[in-house]
Design a binder for this molecule. Sequence first.
Ligand code: A3P
Length: 286
Amino acid sequence: MSFDNFTYKGATFCVSVHSEEILKKVEDEFQVLDDDIFNITYPKSGTHWMSEILNLIKQNGDPTFVNSIPMWSRSPWYETIAGYDEAEKLTSPRIISSHIPYHIFSKSFFKSKAKVVYTMRNPKDVIVSMFYFSKILKIFKEPESFEAQLENFFKSNGMYGSWFDHVKGWMQMAGKDNFFYITYEELQQDLRGSVVRICKFLGKELNDEEINSVVKYSSFKVMKENKMSNLTQIPDDVLDKSKGTLMRKGVSGDWKNHFTVAQSEKFDKDYQENMKDLNIKFFWQE
Ligand code: A3P
């Protein structure tokens, strides 16, 4: 695995996982189908969680599929070298995962009726989650310190570019019928209610028992044990399981255990400055 990065249209990608050729194909050639569902996030915002929820909804709450097919095969990240062809071949309705910034998204989407579910997370918790994931995923350079991780966040040179650009880019779709946004914190606070809202957006009618099953099998406890979802099947030279796991804590507010008061205050100031043009208040700001 290599740490080497490259820049494509202002966002950072990793040579071990991405290529310019695939990113161009994603943008210009990928044929989005009307019944496609895109699970889009900035990394560490709940991508795997939402993928599990969407796949369970697709299966009417039946866990057989998520218990037998690995996460990256049922809903591949289509902007990756390994995921592009797999995504094309998925059975409809395809559930496709992606961290792609809005300005690189597939052009054919905009002529389709396909839907996007965009999940965001308190950026302070994104930073903490990324800090630990960088220690185990071999394509990330392990940050020297938490302070260094924090600084990187504002330098916009992290994987997939700046969190602010990602969120502001995708939130241009807010209000459109085929765009649904939700936060990790909302999922945490009311998973069942969130599943009901997601079903409504997707036009999927599940009965109470089926909804309960989606909630049960997408819970942190169950997903942590599901080998098809917890990434433990990935070889150690890619993901060093001796140092940690994808399913780390699964809570909101862990940032309070990592940020100093000064770091938090500076972050809040920079956040306000970067987000001043976006008139949408997120749940984590309450
Ligand atoms: P932590 O590192 O804070 O524990 P992503 O899937 O975008 O890489 O995000 C990973 C984060 O989502 C991790 O956060 C992980 O624990 C959390 N996560 C994954 N599945 C979850 C679930 N079912 N419930 C709550 N958190 C979950």
